[in-house]
Design a protein around this ligand. Structure first.
Ligand code: ZN
Ligand code: ZN
Length: 136
């Protein structure tokens, strides 16, 4: 290989390296959108006679959680927040039905078998839907 060809070859190698490095950097530092960060947290009051359903922004939820947990001094156990409506510590994290026509908010049932996110109003479950789609 003569000198000129060797030089061209080196330049090509350097350019390829730069391009690869650039691609790696780009993919590493590309801002990845946090999933579900904008989703509101749904709360359902378990206090009979109140049954309030409302949503909080993630940030509001975290702040209220912090306040409520600090007051009780018991960080363990299921998250129970002070209800916005009745003021009792009886609001638990609920799930909004994926069925837009239904739109009810319910408490996921993890005790019973089947799908914990099955809507008691219309019977639609996001997990079930996904499984059905995957089995197609
Ligand atoms: Zn309430
Ligand atoms: Zn529903």
């Amino acid at each position: 290989m003569d000198e000129d060809k060797k030089k061209t070859f080196m330049i090509v190698i350097v350019i390829v390296c730069l391009v690869v490095a650039g691609m790696v950097l780009k993919s590493t530092f590309a801002p990845s959108k946090p999933k579900g960060a904008k989703k509101p947290v749904w709360l359902v009051c378990t206090n009979t006679g109140c049954n309030a359903q409302y949503s909080l922004k993630q940030k509001e939820f975290r702040e209220q959680m912090k306040d409520d947990m600090a007051g009780r001094g018991m960080p363990m156990g299921p998250a129970v927040l002070k209800c916005q409506e009745c003021g009792k510590a009886s609001a638990v994290i609920g799930k909004k039905c994926i069925n837009e026509q239904c739109g009810s908010v319910f408490v996921p049932n993890y005790q019973q078998g089947g799908f914990p996110d099955k809507c008691p109003m219309c019977g639609i479950s996001a997990i079930e839907q996904k499984q059905l789609e995957n089995s197609k």
